[in-house]
Design a protein around this ligand. Structure first.
Ligand SMILES: [Zn+2]
Length: 116
């Protein structure tokens, strides 16, 4: 599978996970920093909740960060290094249209209650 196809495939797995696991997103500007002073985003597997610090301005952008945290949930056992590689690959190979679609689907996941 080439990188383009692989990126599409993983993106569809993320969308499938959105539906099956009822993933939620939340902004939390009080998320702590790590020992290097880097802003930490996190996720809870139990609550299927991804918390993002809106004050963070990663140079890769918030969409990349969202993809990154989704990948952690999708691939529970993968190491940080592998997750970063996948994140960069997906962000590079998806189209602008796919970026827009991703953002639209994520934005719906900010609702407090799941409406089906
Ligand atoms: Zn990570």
């Amino acid at each position: 599978m080439n990188n383009y196809k692989k990126s599409r495939y993983i993106l569809h797995r993320i969308y499938k996970m959105f539906r099956a696991k009822k993933i939620r997103f939340k902004f939390d500007s009080n998320l702590k920093k790590d020992r290097y002073g880097q802003v930490v985003h996190d996720y809870e597997l139990d609550g299927w909740l991804i918390r993002l610090n809106p004050l963070d301005q990663p140079k890769e952008g918030i969409i990349s960060t969202m993809i990154h945290e989704c990948l952690h949930i999708l691939y529970e056992d993968k190491e940080e290094k592998e997750i970063i590689q996948l994140e960069k690959m997906i962000y590079k190979y998806i189209s602008d249209q796919q970026r827009e679609n991703f953002l639209i689907l994520v934005s719906r996941r900010f609702k407090r209650k799941y409406n089906g």
